[in-house]
Design a protein around this ligand. Structure first.
Ligand code: HEM
Length: 138
């Protein structure tokens, strides 16, 4: 019998975030890993830390074996509505944006310097010219 999988919203899944009740979101699917916490070869702490967020990257970064992926099915309880899941912060993107901001402020202070490098000698030449001309007359 194949019934439609249950679809959870993120807030509902996020409530299950402790030792006696722990659900994970991996690749849009929800897993109740409560009975697996103590058995998990990577320890229960990493699983608890992976609750209350999209744990897909955490799971994939470990490079779990095929047998680990097969084991997951035992704990599958439904899907999550991905539009309700907060996007993870992309620190690389944030860092590159702050580099861009620094670069553009450096670029604008660089163009001010170029302008001053042209204006200051012009000003000095102007003063020298004035003094040469009008200084002699008096
Ligand atoms: C239902 C979800 C999960 C299952 C069934 C599972 C299963 C397993 C299994 C069977 C292993 C032994 C190594 C292997 O066969 O790949 C393992 C290792 C490990 N897992 Fe998970 N895991 C799950 C989720 C997670 C999550 C979300 C994290 C978060 C980072 C995680 C972190 C680790 C770590 C750090 C190891 C140890 C790797 C090592 O010592 O080489 N696992 N897991």
């Amino acid at each position: 019998m194949d019934s439609d999988p249950k679809v959870f919203v993120f807030d509902e899944v996020a409530k299950h975030n402790h030792q006696r009740d722990c659900w994970l979101i991996i690749s849009g699917k929800v897993y109740d890993v409560t009975p697996f916490l103590e058995e998990h070869p990577g320890g229960d702490e990493v699983l608890l830390l992976a609750a209350e967020k999209d744990a897909t990257d955490d799971f994939e970064n470990v490079g779990h074996s095929l047998s680990a992926i097969e084991q997951m099915e035992k704990y599958y309880i439904g899907n999550v509505d991905m539009s309700t899941v907060p996007k993870p912060i992309d620190y690389r993107l944030a860092a590159s944006q702050s580099v861009k901001a620094t670069t553009s402020s450096a670029e604008s202070s660089g163009s001010l310097l170029t302008l001053l490098q042209i204006l200051v000698p012009l000003l000095i030449m102007g003063v020298a010219f004035y003094l040469q001309f009008y200084g002699k007359k008096q």
